[in-house]
Design a protein around this ligand. Structure first.
Ligand SMILES: Cc1cc2nc3c(=O)[nH]c(=O)nc-3n(C[C@H](O)[C@H](O)[C@H](O)COP(=O)(O)O)c2cc1C
Length: 217
């Protein structure tokens, strides 16, 4: 029986907005799908190593001819692949760090995006069509008309990586302006931040209902 793979990448634990919104998703998911199993990986607490030369070479080497270092590097990739491919749905929390995704999430992607295994024709790769929800929290706001429109390299990158390349059916939940409560210079944005956070929880709840219903038919 497949499970929901939940991967967090905020370095923060207490006070993390993306983790909080994920909790709303999980509460609804568990209510709708009480038998459903959730597998959790916390990249903030336990980052996976970066892909190394041994890890890349191991992908091309005859398994019997791998060096011990290549075999060890491949073992990690296989473990992460098994976890990814056993899942029927995904919940990723990916805050914005310096305009992009946390390096921990990129390190995980580099380990699991493997030509011929998870990459190929996006319509037929193993994760094709599987639902994924990404909670993409950010301290500022990057919509059309904002001073930093165009600086968001999280949603466009993850659309390419998760939807276009891995073929997942991806929905984004974007709590923005999360720094407004801590940054006095953003005080006037606090109502907008609050509204964004409320909307994010509502969207997480709706996505969980929709995905649980889809997986249960
Ligand atoms: C290292 C670091 C870099 C950040 N860079 C940005 C950034 O470029 N743009 C932005 O809007 N917020 C940035 N932030 C703020 C976070 O996106 C914001 O606090 C968000 O809520 C983090 O997710 P979390 O609450 O789940 O931990 C940064 C935060 C950290 C810790």
């Amino acid at each position: 029986m497949s499970y929901l793979l939940h991967i967090d990448s905020s370095a923060m634990n207490t006070g993390s907005v993306s983790r909080e919104v994920a909790e709303t998703f999980l509460a609804t998911w568990q209510k709708e799908h009480p038998e459903g199993r959730v597998v959790h990986r916390d990249l903030g607490a336990a980052p996976v190593p970066h892909l190394t030369a041994d890890g890349i070479a191991a992908r091309f080497a005859d398994p019997a001819a791998r060096t011990p270092a290549q075999a060890e590097a491949m073992e990690l990739q296989e473990e992460l692949l098994e976890e990814l491919l056993g899942a029927g749905a995904y919940l990723f929390t990916v805050p914005m760090y310096n305009m992009s995704i946390p390096s921990t999430f990129k390190a995980w992607l580099d380990q699991i995006m493997i030509p011929g295994r998870t990459l190929g024709d996006p319509k037929t790769v193993p994760t094709a069509g599987r639902p994924a929800v990404v909670v993409a929290s950010r301290g500022g706001a990057y919509g059309e008309g904002t001073p930093r429109a165009g600086w968001d390299h999280v949603v466009p990158f993850l659309t390419t990586a998760l939807a276009d390349a891995l073929g997942m059916d991806v929905e984004f939940v974007v709590p923005e302006l999360t720094m407004a409560h801590r940054n006095p210079a953003m005080a006037e944005l606090r109502p907008a931040a609050e509204a964004s956070r409320t909307r994010a929880h509502q969207e997480a709840d709706l996505h969980a209902q929709k995905i649980a219903a889809r997986l249960l038919v």
